[in-house]
Design a protein around this ligand. Structure first.
Ligand code: SF4
Length: 429
């Protein structure tokens, strides 16, 4: 006997995606029927993102669309935007659950009454509920902690998710073993600050944790969201010596200029940042390094920007994400002088993209004719997708083939060319 049909809309990052999987699994356990049919649902949950104005607008638009599609459904807003609202109500939304109240979702749907006020920020993990997997799914995200202890001046995530709370290593391993027992062969390790894992438990946790994760049947363990000053010799050695780490690291730098990094409240300045890039280059030759930069931060001068461009031009990075500075009234940087004119911000954004594209094209052309291993699986849209070790899911492009593989799995292929951010390949049998 079902308690009712619930539709779920998930916005935001991979961490939100994993959290939503935990929420839907719990609702099913509690007797709710999950449905994709919003118009026919008794309850609709919008699991939101809220760290940038753009994300909050998307959440508002989604709530409007859902309310129009399901005028009588009990509409619940959950996640980061709910936390951001800080007890402000939204017309048409029946209940609001902040990031620290997600475990109450089933009761709220049942009682058709929300808590009325958000609590302190947190996140939801549930090691007892097996996460749903698609048939033939080989890659899965693995969240190792919630929140962050840094206070970058442009970022409000700690306000939405709180300070760092690392998951117990045994819980993470239990989840990793469960996922790999059900066929997952790539574990993509995520959090707000992966390299700070365990520091809230009074021990350096990431390296020992990763040493256990590579003992699972996973063939790739991919590390995302490393914080530069926390990338030490232990992690570098692991990246260099452990093939299961796929020779890949995502490490957002945000900028390189001393003045801007200090205004951003980041630990390190240019000298140490460059020192780390050189050390990584020497200790882990061929490392596929992904990073992200913010351009147009308040006070950014031409000289600051040219320092960033020079660093990109040096070719340290396999992948570069660039974001125009987003004015967030609740972030400390909102009070900084020297707002950069929008047209200058977009010129700088385009310039960094163009600089890195030249580097990337050269790297990809050099791969032509080489043999690479790829992970091939059907994506959430049912279409085949293949990636090489230097390509993380959803952000780094993939390898395109004329013929689909016979089944999900790891295959060897020969790179035949470049197609934008993607490579083209042919299977080697
Ligand atoms: S490390 Fe990342 S999540 Fe933490 S405050 Fe800085 S930008 Fe935000």
């Amino acid at each position: 006997m079902t308690r009712g049909r619930v539709a779920f809309v998930v916005l935001g990052c991979a961490k939100n995606q994993v959290e939503a999987e935990t929420l839907t699994t719990r609702l099913a356990r509690d007797g709710w029927t999950l449905t994709a049919d919003i118009a026919g649902a008794d309850g609709v949950v919008v699991h939101s993102c809220g760290f940038l104005e753009a994300a909050r607008s998307e959440a508002r638009e989604t709530l409007d669309q859902v309310r129009r599609a399901a005028p009588r459904a009990f509409l619940v807003l959950t996640g980061c935007f709910a936390q951001f609202l800080n007890n402000k109500k939204i017309p048409g939304v029946d209940a609001i659950l902040g990031t620290g109240q997600l475990d109450r979702l089933s009761d709220v749907l049942g009682s058709k009454a929300g808590p009325g006020r958000v609590s302190s920020p947190a996140g939801l993990h549930d090691v007892d509920q097996a996460r749903p997997l698609r048939p033939g799914q080989l890659s899965a995200y693995l969240r190792v902690s919630e929140g962050c202890n840094h206070r970058c001046t442009f970022c409000i995530i700690p306000q939405l998710r709180g300070s760092l709370k690392s998951r117990p290593a045994e819980d993470i391993l239990k989840e990793a073993n469960d996922l790999t027992a059900r066929g997952v062969r790539e574990l993509v390790v995520i959090s707000q600050d992966t390299t700070d894992y365990g520091s809230d438990q009074g021990r350096a946790g990431l390296v020992p944790l990763v040493k256990k994760l590579v003992k699972t049947p996973a063939q790739w363990v991919r590390l995302l969201y490393a914080y530069p000053s926390e990338v030490g010799a232990g992690l570098m050695d692991l990246l260099a010596d452990e093939p299961k780490l796929a020779g890949y690291l995502d490490m957002p730098l945000q900028h390189v200029s001393d003045r801007i990094l200090s205004a951003m409240g980041r630990d390190w300045g240019e000298k140490k940042t460059r020192g780390l890039l050189d050390k990584l280059g020497r200790r882990v030759p061929g490392l596929a390094l992904r990073t992200t930069f913010i351009v147009g931060f308040p006070g950014e001068t031409d000289d600051d920007f040219e320092r960033l461009v020079r660093t990109v031009r040096e070719g340290h990075f396999e992948h570069v994400g660039v974001f125009p500075y987003s004015f967030e009234s609740r972030s400390p940087s909102a009070r900084l002088p020297g707002l950069v004119p929008p047209e200058v911000v977009s010129q700088r954004w385009q310039r960094v993209l163009d600089e890195h594209r030249r580097i990337k094209e050269k790297k990809d052309r050099a791969r032509k004719g080489t043999r690479v291993d790829v992970l091939a699986e059907r994506g959430p849209d049912g279409r085949w997708a293949a990636r090489a070790a230097h390509q993380a899911p959803e952000v780094d492009g993939g390898v395109r083939f004329k013929k689909d593989p016979p089944a999900p799995g790891f295959y060897s292929c020969r790179v035949t060319g470049v197609d934008g951010i993607h490579l083209t390949g042919e299977w080697i049998h």
